[in-house]
Write a protein that binds this ligand. Structure first.
Ligand SMILES: Nc1ncnc2c1ncn2[C@@H]1O[C@H](COP(=O)(O)OP(=O)(O)OP(=O)(O)O)[C@@H](O)[C@H]1O
Ligand SMILES: [Mg+2]
Length: 256
């Protein structure tokens, strides 16, 4: 592998992670060098934990991780210029009273003057059709609007790798489509977790996690239908859908 390759890739080498005494990831070895990588899996399969390893928010128990040539074990501050992270819950990310303060904070941290940080933030809001949000209190925004502010604040920092943990869950359809188009135009590598499989159709590679291990790994047209079929089969056994009702009928004694 050439150094240039290593710089654009995310690598896991036999990584294991335990949280509160429970094994979450087991001997994970992966090399992600595609531009768009989707991460899918059922609740609790380890998706959010995996991406938290990439910006140093969680330390691995064992194994090696390299993120665009950097070691996230050095901590989140060391990774902030490399990895932009959009959390599953906007309330875990938003800390300032107003939208403009939220947007300018990261830029100020990168050394920009207050004037330049405000200019870039205002330009982005304007370009996205939300110039009127600048002075709005963050707490007055809807959940989807908060999610969008989180995404804007990370985009402004122009990181090498963008990680999005279920970024669309609160967004309305037009916003979702616009944001997806925007993401696909970006030059950065993107790792995105989503339960909304249609948002991953244009991705290069999909990794399906199951109990902290890779269950399937391949192009979207192979992995997404397999995952969907598996989910339907599980729903039937869980009794959450029509499948259970049908199987109940089949097992009911005649005449009951
Ligand atoms: N803060 C925490 N402390 C301890 N264990 C945790 C914590 N967060 C998650 N876990 C555990 O780690 C495992 C993986 O959780 P994780 O949040 O990575 O799953 P996920 O695939 O992102 O699920 P979801 O689709 O529900 O977001 C689960 O068993 C969960 O109980
Ligand atoms: Mg999660």
């Amino acid at each position: 592998m050439s150094p240039a390759d290593a710089k654009a890739a995310v690598e896991f080498d036999q990584v294991s992670l335990t949280r509160d005494g429970v094994r979450v990831l087991t001997d994970l070895s992966l090399r992600l060098d595609e531009s768009r990588v989707g991460l899918i899996g059922h609740n609790g399969s380890g998706k959010s934990s995996l991406v938290r390893l990439l910006n140093g928010l969680l330390p691995a128990d064992s194994g090696q991780i390299r993120v665009h040539g950097r070691d996230p074990a050095k901590g989140p501050e060391q990774m902030s210029a490399t990895v932009g992270f959009i959390f599953q819950n906007p309330d875990h990310q938003l800390i300032f009273p107003t939208v403009i303060e939220e947007l300018t904070f990261g830029l100020r941290n990168q050394g920009l003057s207050a004037k330049e940080a405000t200019r870039q933030s205002s330009d982005l809001l304007h370009a996205q059709g939300h110039a009127d949000w600048a002075e709005r209190p963050v707490h007055s925004l809807s959940e989807g609007q908060k999610q969008l502010v989180c995404i804007f604040s990370v985009l402004l920092l122009n990181p090498d790798l963008l990680i999005l943990d279920e970024p669309f869950s609160a967004l309305d359809l037009p916003t979702r489509y616009r944001l997806l188009d925007l993401l696909h135009e970006l030059p950065q590598q993107i790792v995105m977790i989503s339960h909304e499989l249609d948002t991953l159709e244009r991705f290069d590679r999909i990794i399906w996690l199951e109990q902290g291990r890779v269950h399937q790994d391949g192009p979207p047209d192979q992995v997404l239908p397999a995952y969907q079929a598996d989910a339907r089969a599980r729903a039937a056994t869980l009794g959450l859908g029509r499948g259970r009702a049908e199987s109940d009928r089949r097992t009911e004694p005649a005449g009951s």
